[in-house]
Design a protein around this ligand. Structure first.
Ligand SMILES: Nc1ncnc2c1ncn2[C@@H]1O[C@H](COP(=O)(O)OP(=O)(O)OP(=O)(O)O)[C@@H](O)[C@H]1O
Length: 385
C-alpha cells in the first residue's frame, strides 16, 4: 500500500528583487524574481517505510515536507496522501499559542480525527513522554523551544497518525530526549507506521530509515539504500574542497583530504588515525596554521587537529599528514572544516568540505574513548597467629 505519492512536484517562490528600493524610489511596481525551490520531484512511500531526506542547506527539504503537510501547495504536480498524517515541521507550528499544553493536545487530536475519549486515554502517556509536568496547564506561548519540541513530538508520536513527518526537530531536544525519540520512532515503525525524516544527522538517517533521498538544488540526485545515498552525499560534499567558481585563488589551494587508520584496519574508535591533506602552495608560508575541525551532526565543534605554532608550509605541491596514535571519538559521521591561516589572515576556508565516518571499534558509552588500564589492589593478608 502506498501512503505518499509525489508526482512531478515543483514549487516556485517569488524572491524580492534587490533593486526593489530603487523601483520604489522611482514609483515603479515592486519587482520580484521567480525561483524554483523544487523541480519535478517524484517519489512514493509505502506503508511502514521510513524515508530519510538529506541534502545541503537550501536544497528544498523543508519545502518538500511543507508541501506534504499541506502548509503550502505545489506550483505544479500532484501529491496524494493516504491515511492520517501528523507532522512536526517547525518548532511550535500547529500549536495555538494562547491555549495550554493540554488544550493543544486535544486540538491536535481532533484535527487528526480522534474522539475526545481516545485523546483522553492517551493524555497521560503524551504528557509523560514530553515531561511536561506542571506546564501542562500553562499557555504554550510560555514554553521554551525544548518544551515545544518535546510536546510536539509526543503528540505526533502518540496520536493515531499513520504517517509521521519530522523535520530536523529532533536536533532541538537534548541528547536523552533524542534517544527516546529514536526509540519511539522505532516502535512506530514496528507497528507499521510510515515515517519521513529530514535531518542533517546522517547517522540518525542511517539508523532509522529504510530508504533515503538526496536533494540538491531542488532535484532528487540519488535515491536508495541510506548508506549509498549518504556516500553519494559525502562524495558531492567532497567537491567543496575545490576552489569555488569565480573565487580569487589564494596563495594555497587544497587538492585532497583523506582519512585512514595508518594500515591498522578501518577508521574506528580505538584505532590509529591519519589525515592527509594534499595542497599546492604558490610560495612557502611561514607561521601558517592548518586546522581541521570535526563537527558533530548538530553542527557543534567536537574536536580539532592543528599544526604547532611556527609551522612552515613548503612551496609547491605537498602533503601534510596529521597522525593520531588512537582515534578516541565515538562512532558516527562528522563534518570537517578546513582552515589555513597566517598571522590572523585566513588564506583558505572550506567549511563542511568532507565527512569523516568513524566506525564502531571500541564500544563505549558517551562521546569519547578514554584510554585506560585497570588494576586491582587487595590489602595484604594479615599475618596469622
Ligand atoms: N517562503 C519562501 N519564499 C522564498 N524563498 C523560499 C521560501 N521558503 C524557502 N525558500 C527558499 O527555497 C530554497 C529551499 O529552502 P528549504 O528551506 O526548503 O531548504 P532546506 O533544504 O530545508 O534547507 P536547510 O537545510 O537550510 O533547512 C532556499 O533557497 C530558500 O531560501
Amino acid at each position: 500500500m502506498i501512503d505518499v505519492r509525489v508526482r512531478d512536484v515543483s514549487k516556485r517562490f517569488r524572491m524580492p528583487d534587490h533593486s526593489e528600493g530603487r523601483r520604489r524610489l522611482f514609483g515603479l511596481l515592486p519587482g520580484h524574481e521567480l525561483f524554483w525551490a523544487l523541480r519535478n520531484v517524484s517519489f512514493e512511500i509505502k506503508r511502514g517505510e521510513a524515508l530519510g531526506i538529506i541534502g545541503p542547506n537550501g536544497s528544498g527539504k523543508t519545502t518538500l515536507i511543507k508541501l506534504l503537510s499541506g502548509i503550502t501547495a505545489p506550483t505544479e504536480g500532484e501529491i496524494e496522501i493516504t491515511g492520517r498524517l501528523a507532522s512536526l515541521v517547525e518548532v511550535g507550528a500547529g500549536f495555538q499559542p494562547d491555549l495550554t499544553g493540554r488544550e493543544n493536545i486535544f486540538l491536535n487530536g481532533a484535527i487528526l480525527g480522534m474522539s475526545y475519549r481516545e485523546i483522553a486515554r492517551k493524555l497521560a502517556s503524551i504528557v509523560d513522554f514530553a515531561e511536561m509536568g506542571p506546564f501542562l496547564d500553562v499557555p504554550v506561548k510560555r514554553y521554551s523551544s525544548g518544551m515545544f519540541v518535546r510536546l510536539g513530538f509526543s503528540i505526533a508520536a502518540h496520536l493515531d497518525a499513520d504517517i509521521l513527518l519530522l523535520d530536523e526537530v529532533l536536533a532541538v531536544g537534548d541528547v536523552s530526549f533524542q534517544a527516546r525519540c529514536f526509540e519511539r520512532i522505532e516502535e512506530l515503525r514496528q507497528a507499521g507506521k510510515t515515517v519521513l525524516l529530514i535531518s542533517h544527522d546522517l547517522a540518525a538517517i542511517e539508523r532509522i530509515c529504510s530508504r533515503a533521498i538526496l536533494l540538491s538544488g531542488g532535484h532528487i540526485l540519488e535515491e536508495g539504500d541510506p548508506r549509498d545515498v549518504i556516500e553519494a552525499y559525502q562524495a558531492s560534499v567532497q567537491g567543496l574542497l575545490a576552489q569555488a567558481q569565480g573565487e580569487a585563488p589564494g596563495p594555497v589551494v587544497a587538492t585532497g583530504l583523506a582519512f585512514d587508520a595508518a594500515g591498522a584496519g578501518p577508521v574506528a574508535t580505538g584505532n590509529p588515525f591519519r589525515c592527509c591533506l594534499s595542497y599546492e602552495a604558490k610560495e612557502a608560508l611561514d607561521d601558517a596554521v592548518v586546522r581541521l575541525s570535526f563537527n558533530w551532526p548538530s553542527g557543534y565543534l567536537c574536536t580539532e587537529l592543528s599544526t604547532e605554532p611556527g609551522f612552515r608550509l613548503e612551496q609547491g605541491p605537498g602533503q601534510l599528514e596529521f597522525e593520531c596514535p588512537m582515534l578516541t571519538m565515538q562512532r558516527g559521521l562528522y563534518s570537517v572544516d578546513l582552515c589555513i591561516e597566517r598571522r590572523g589572515e585566513i588564506l583558505l576556508w572550506r567549511p563542511r568540505c568532507v565527512m569523516l565516518r568513524v566506525g564502531a571499534g571500541k564500544v563505549l558509552r558517551g562521546d569519547f574513548y578514554l584510554e585506560h588500564s585497570t588494576r586491582v589492589r587487595t590489602p595484604p593478608l594479615a599475618a596469622s597467629g
